[in-house]
Design a protein around this ligand. Sequence first.
Ligand SMILES: *[C@@H]1O[C@H](CO)[C@@H](O)[C@H](O)[C@H]1NC(C)=O
Ligand SMILES: *[C@@H]1O[C@H](CO)[C@@H](O)[C@H](O)[C@H]1NC(C)=O
Ligand SMILES: *[C@@H]1O[C@H](CO)[C@@H](O)[C@H](O)[C@H]1NC(C)=O
Ligand SMILES: *[C@@H]1O[C@H](CO)[C@@H](O)[C@H](O)[C@H]1NC(C)=O
Length: 685
Amino acid sequence: MGLLGAELWFGLYWILTQSCRWNLTFRQTFKDRLSQRFENELPGVDIFVTTADPIIEPPMMVMNTVLSVMAYDYPTEKISVYLSDDGGSELTYYALLEAAEFAKQWIPYCKKYSVEPRSPVAYFVSIATDAVGVDDKKANDLAVIKKSYKDMETKIENAVKLGHIPEKVRSKQKGFSQWDSHLSKRDHDTYLQVVIDGRDPKAIDVEGLVLPTLVYLAREKRPQYHHNFKAGSMNALIRVSSNISNGKVILNVDCDMYSNNSMAIRDALCCLMDEEKGHEVAFIQFPQNFENLTKNELYISFMRTISEVELHALDGFDGPFYVGSGCFHRRDTLCGRKFTKGCKSDMKWEISRKREETTIHELEEDSKVLANCAYEQNTEWGKEMGLKYGCAIEDVFTGLSIQCRGWRSVYLNPTRKAFLGVAPTTLLQMLVQQKRWSEGSFQILLSRHNPAFSDQISLGQKLGYAYVGAWSMNFLPTLFYTVIPSLYLLKGISLFPRVSSPWIIPFAYVIIAKYTGSFLEFLWAGGSALGWWNDQRMWLYKRSSSYIFSFIDTILYLLGYSDSAFVITAKTSDEDESQRYEKEIMEFGASSPLFSVLASLAVLNLYCFAGFVKEAISLGSKGGIAEVYDTMALQILLCGILILINLPLYQALYLRKDKGKLPGSIALKSMAFGVFGLTCFNFSY
Ligand SMILES: *[C@@H]1O[C@H](CO)[C@@H](O)[C@H](O)[C@H]1NC(C)=O
Ligand SMILES: *[C@@H]1O[C@H](CO)[C@@H](O)[C@H](O)[C@H]1NC(C)=O
Ligand SMILES: *[C@@H]1O[C@H](CO)[C@@H](O)[C@H](O)[C@H]1NC(C)=O
Ligand SMILES: *[C@@H]1O[C@H](CO)[C@@H](O)[C@H](O)[C@H]1NC(C)=O
């Protein structure tokens, strides 16, 4: 009965996944036509970069992202970059000051030589591999810019190493005085500083051209107010920016996702300013791509199917989810505007009169209030305005509510990737991230915001939301299917039809069709064969660890027992770890309940298979083996594949000696669990 239930679930779930295969839509933009029609009236764009911790997210990485978005190929006076520092760290502020200084050389350099990509570090790496041109002037300029970059890097890294800002530097910049009242990361005032004011005639680069506006913001934090993680900081940014630059379009990037294409803003505007359909579009999502992937994408090969297939399909059904980093929003729809037929939204560039009349210092003082904790009390912020609170994946939740207000969204995935970030480089990072994703989407499914109840959302989209919402529910059927057939294999009890019976046909069909399909799809999406195999492993690991915990946590949360917490995933790793990553050796290394579950299941399967082999050998000598294969073929196949897929785990348990192996305590626990499981099973059997 259990197996039948699992099979029914898999069948139903397969139908849901088809909504993400049905109507793939691919888009192409014509940027020259955009310039022809609108070059002088292009809207202002406010770019939000969010960072949370100077240790986990090193300031140099953040600054490279900031510089890459400051250097977009777009009228500079219309770009404003806001860095939200939830760590409230002087170091990040200092790094931003240095980056602003460097930008004065970097931006003209980018424009002069049409540099791509415009993140300095990525650019220097890319030209190190290309042969540099022999042009003397160019080589000279490159040497100069490289030296300035190195100087900036040394200054920032020294400050980071020191852990605070040298007194000499501090006294020169009055902005640092804001930190005089600093109590701790979770208890401080709003720090707001317009580092470069684009309206100031003195804010020019080395060629005498205007610079984009650059703003540092650390919103107020107080222990008695919940800060609502990234959604909270985004909302503070939306308010503060509306006061300072009030761009009609908002782009949000995570601090590790630099812009790899200086034309990306224009790509997005092609969709927003399209005369026929543009006024229906609320946001444009770009895929999240990663820079440091290894060839076979050990951990996140599943992102390939999501960004190359599933989001394209949702685009055919009125639009993809808002999945966070790399998304362009209209400001007014993000702030709660409803879609009304025939209403064209005005995207034209304009400078607010009020803004012109205030000095920058007054503006800073005025705007600080907007980032204070108490500001949101008794307002619609976090509910109908801005990003929504109370969900582990605030972005998808917000995107859903925008779609419920009648808007559609667009997915743009040009061949040259627009944003590149840092991929998780350990298994634990990946599993923790998956736990958060599945937990958040399950919360949405169980909440009163469940898309099934909305009449604004198309059926395809509803199925799409249901498909991700039900991620975590997969854990139970998957566990059943990985444990029960193996145990019965050991006992010699057959659970599936005989090979010689016609009832094997549906099973054989499903296995062959499903896996051929997914294999071909993966290759089509640009992956490698081994990458697909890794994807199958992650499929299993997600379901038999992250999803269990996210399911339980969500249920407990609904019953009021625990609070969901946002875990930032580390974006740095030590030397050994990155070497193993590059060799695609799976990284365990930590002691986590997620690993205990995985190891226990793997060990149980190993016991069962070993027991079966022993039995089969003794039967073989007696001549009954053909009968065993006939009745047990599918169970042998299933258990055998589980063993193959778990090979890296057995190595980490028993063979490896490096730091990335599984700790001894987990080896013991999993062994004990295996023995315990078998004993219980024997007893009940
Ligand atoms: C900025 O915000 C303050 C406080 O809400 C307000 O008084 C002021 O008019 C705003 N300035 C602009 C230019 O919107
Ligand atoms: C991935 O990124 C990390 C951190 O930035 C870096 O140390 C590592 O060398 C990168 N690996 C690859 C394969 O690019
Ligand atoms: C498929 O996508 C296209 C392009 O977005 C759309 O015009 C068409 O209506 C979609 N078809 C279905 C069946 O939804
Ligand atoms: C990033 O941009 C460069 C050009 O600057 C391009 O060669 C490269 O293919 C892009 N990366 C990806 C992953 O698309």
